[in-house]
Design a protein around this ligand. Structure first.
Ligand code: C2E
Ligand code: CA
Ligand code: CA
Length: 690
């Protein structure tokens, strides 16, 4: 310590005022202590302390800096160290100490600056304990707890959360995009919207896909985390698996909507589905559905003479047979007793419903085997179609009315609700008769519509389109008779004839054109045709008998043909492709799962539906769709054919978008065989100058 009274005084007043303890000691004895030090050591005056051995203030057995510094020499300030000291009242306190070389009354001494950190240490210990408690809570709760970033990536999670996700290695889960877990991506959007408006999301129920692919239902609560500026930095959430509860709920819901005996939908569910169907009319103007009301003719007699158990069996067996007569989208319901109802989704007219009624009656002609007895039963069926503004109750009531009429006319019949529907059915039945005759005497002709390469304007191929040369009505377009042909199965022989004619013709034309570039022929296969078990044999025989090389033939199928049973479809397509035949996806853009189908199946060509082509340049959606398809097809080396091109603008726009081929009235309507032959005979058929 330097000499000179002013310096010394300044030092003293500083030392008097500081809240830290200042001690000077030398030779193991305390020489000076400031007022803060007197308070720290629980003395009443400095005199009580001065002259006492320093080790009095050090906890026995403790390696102490307070003692270490008792004997100098040391040269500079020591490191800040934590230490334990003993007060006069024997209480041990925790301190932070720094020592410096100094002097006292001209002798070397050690100066200690000491700060009491007992409070701070206690607070730290308490914090550690509470953190530990929180940690064990975080880890111990059977609920998933986690934190995600603003973008949804996992940042922190507990063991329960890792288990919920199906992966015990939680480090591997950090960074996982939780948004990808939703099985219904819409739920993510909903979650975000609620979070944005309310800052928190509570009781949010959704289904997620775990990492092993299994699906579970969860309920979660989440709240936003903010930084000091109030910006959202992430979210904190808890989540629990509620799959069991959901299953119970679903079971209850199922029970409430199904008949316990036959397990069929009950009246409530039927009415619900019917109202959904009727709502579709708003979007699809020509959409109609039908209800068949069925009453088993002999049920009462069976029940009365053989007992309820046998009656129950009859109902169950009958329900199986009825179900066999329906398409996947139709609903068979038991309304009670021996009454059933069938909702036929998407019917053209009453004749579709009549066909189902006839099929049911055929099915019921075979006797039932009930506990060793043969029992005959039949059904009376009433048919009603949705119409204009009809409500669900109306349609069912009309079907019921028609059923009573049918019953009054004798068993095993059917009746249609009104006379206009009668008329429809008879025209349809007439059409069916005519169509059978047309097949027998082959009144069909194949027309050919040119398909043009957009870059050169050259003719690349033809699409074969069937026409019916009706003896009275003249040339009939496929729209008039295809639905009936499809429904009755007549499409198979008709389609086969068309393919044979088109392939033979193409062979002749290409032979004539040689050595010029051959053109291809594209034929349509309806869903029913595509599902023929012997389709592959038919096609390979077709190539043999016509002599056409497989790679000159393309078949066009729609999504409907390939939607179900993807594995079986894939096999069929693979076999067909081995013949060299190309596969074209027709009417692309009109189906449900277009892009996914496109990804999975080995198509060679995509035909963009006319609707999109005609909206090109009119609405953005169409442009984007076409651009998207082009991009997708480029990567997979698929040809794109635009259908229904009618204007030069459309043609230009399609070419700009990168579409390779087009067909449509701009180039040519479908033309007769003779006309197509003349076109091919020109040196190089070109549509550049249109
Ligand atoms: P699709 O396969 O989509 O055939 C294209 C339809 O669009 C043809 O109608 C064609 O005449 C018409 N079209 C072509 N260019 C234009 C255009 O620029 N503007 C407009 N508005 N229409 C155009 P079509 O010949 O009446 O055939 C209708 C549907 O019948 C075909 O639709 C196809 O699904 C089916 N079809 C035709 N022939 C056969 C066949 O031999 N077998 C099978 N299974 N179905 C066929
Ligand atoms: Ca087509
Ligand atoms: Ca088409």
């Amino acid at each position: 310590m330097s000499h000179g009274s002013s310096n010394e005084e300044r030092f003293r007043s500083l030392v008097e005022a500081t809240p830290d303890t200042v001690i000077l000691h030398a030779g193991g004895k305390l020489l000076f202590i400031n007022p803060a030090g007197v308070r720290l050591l629980a003395a009443s005056s400095p005199e009580e302390l001065i002259g006492r051995p320093m080790k009095d203030f050090v906890q026995a057995g403790n390696r102490s800096i307070v003692l270490d510094r008792v004997n100098p020499p040391f040269t500079g300030p020591s490191k800040l160290t934590e230490d334990l000291m003993v007060r006069l009242d024997s209480e041990v306190i925790e301190v932070e100490v720094v020592g410096l070389p100094s002097s006292y009354e001209n002798r070397p001494a050690t100066q200690l600056v000491i700060r009491d950190i007992t409070q701070r240490k206690r607070a730290e210990a308490a914090l550690r304990a509470s953190e530990q408690r929180y940690r064990s809570l975080f880890e111990g709760v059977p609920v998933g707890v986690y934190r995600i970033s603003r973008r949804g990536e996992l940042e922190l999670l507990n063991g329960a959360m890792a288990e919920l996700l199906g992966n015990r290695h939680r480090d591997a889960l950090i960074g996982l995009d939780t948004g990808e877990l939703y099985t219904n991506p819409d739920d993510r959007t909903v979650w975000k919207a609620i979070m944005q408006y309310e800052g928190r999301v509570t009781n949010f129920e959704t289904q997620i896909q775990r990492l092993d692919g299994s699906k579970i239902w969860v309920r979660s609560h989440a709240q936003a985390l903010h930084d000091e500026h109030g910006e959202v930095t992430g979210y904190e959430a808890t989540v629990e698996d509620i799959s069991d509860r959901k299953r119970v709920e679903e079971q209850l819901l199922h029970d409430a909507l199904h008949d316990s005996l036959t397990k069929l939908p009950n009246r409530t569910l039927l009415m619900d589905r019917l109202s959904h169907c009727l709502a579709r009319r708003v979007r699809f103007a020509d959409y109609r559905c039908a209800v068949l009301f069925l009453d088993l003719d002999r049920f009462k007699m069976v029940n009365d003479s053989f007992g309820h158990a046998v009656g129950d069996h009859l109902l169950i067996q009958a329900s199986h047979r009825l179900a066999d007569c329906l398409r996947p989208n139709d609903t068979l319901a038991r309304l009670g007793g021996d009454e059933f109802a069938i909702l036929l989704d998407d019917v053209k007219d009453a004749s579709n419903a009549v066909r189902v009624a006839q099929r049911i009656q055929q099915e019921l002609e075979v006797p039932f085997q009930l506990e060793g007895r043969e029992v005959y039963s039949s059904a009376s069926i009433g048919i009603a179609l949705s119409d204009g503004e009809s409500r669900p109750e109306d349609v069912v009531r009309d079907a019921d009315t028609a059923m009573y009429r049918s019953k009054s006319q004798g068993r095993a019949g059917y009746a249609i609700f009104d006379s206009r529907m009668h008329a429809e059915v008879s025209t349809q039945l007439q059409l069916e008769t005519d169509l059978r005759r047309a097949l027998a005497s082959w009144q069909f002709e194949v027309f050919y519509q040119p398909i043009v390469a957009l870059s050169s304007g050259n003719l690349a191929g033809f699409e074969a389109l069937v026409r019916w040369r009706h003896p009275e009505h003249g040339l009939v377009l496929p729209g008039e008779f295809m639905p009936m042909a499809e429904e009755t199965g007549l499409i198979n022989p008709i389609g086969h004839g068309v393919m044979l004619e088109a392939c033979r013709q193409m062979k002749v034309w290409n032979d004539r054109r040689a050595p010029r570039e051959p053109v291809f022929i594209s034929v349509n296969l309806s869903t029913r045709q595509f599902r023929q078990p012997d389709l592959f044999d038919q096609l390979s025989q077709l190539l043999d008998s016509s002599g056409l090389s497989g790679d000159r033939l393309t078949i066009e199928i729609t999504e409907g043909a390939v939607m179900n049973e993807p594995d079986a479809v894939l096999q069929t397509l693979a076999r067909i492709k081995r013949l060299g035949i190309r596969i074209s996806l027709d009417d692309f853009g009109t189906g449900y799962s277009s892009l996914s189908v496109l990804h999975r199946l080995p198509f060679d060509r995509i035909k963009i539906d006319r609707w999109f082509v005609q909206h090109i340049g009119v609405d953005n959606g169409s442009d984007e769709l076409v651009e998207g398809i082009v991009a997708l097809c480029r990567g997979r080396r698929l040809d794109i054919i635009a259908e229904g091109v009618e204007t030069n603008e459309q043609r230009q726009k399609l070419a700009d978008l990168g579409c390779g081929f087009a067909q449509g009235f701009l180039f040519s309507e479908p033309i007769s065989q003779e006309h197509a032959g003349r076109l091919l005979a020109t040196p190089s058929p070109n549509f550049e100058s249109m």
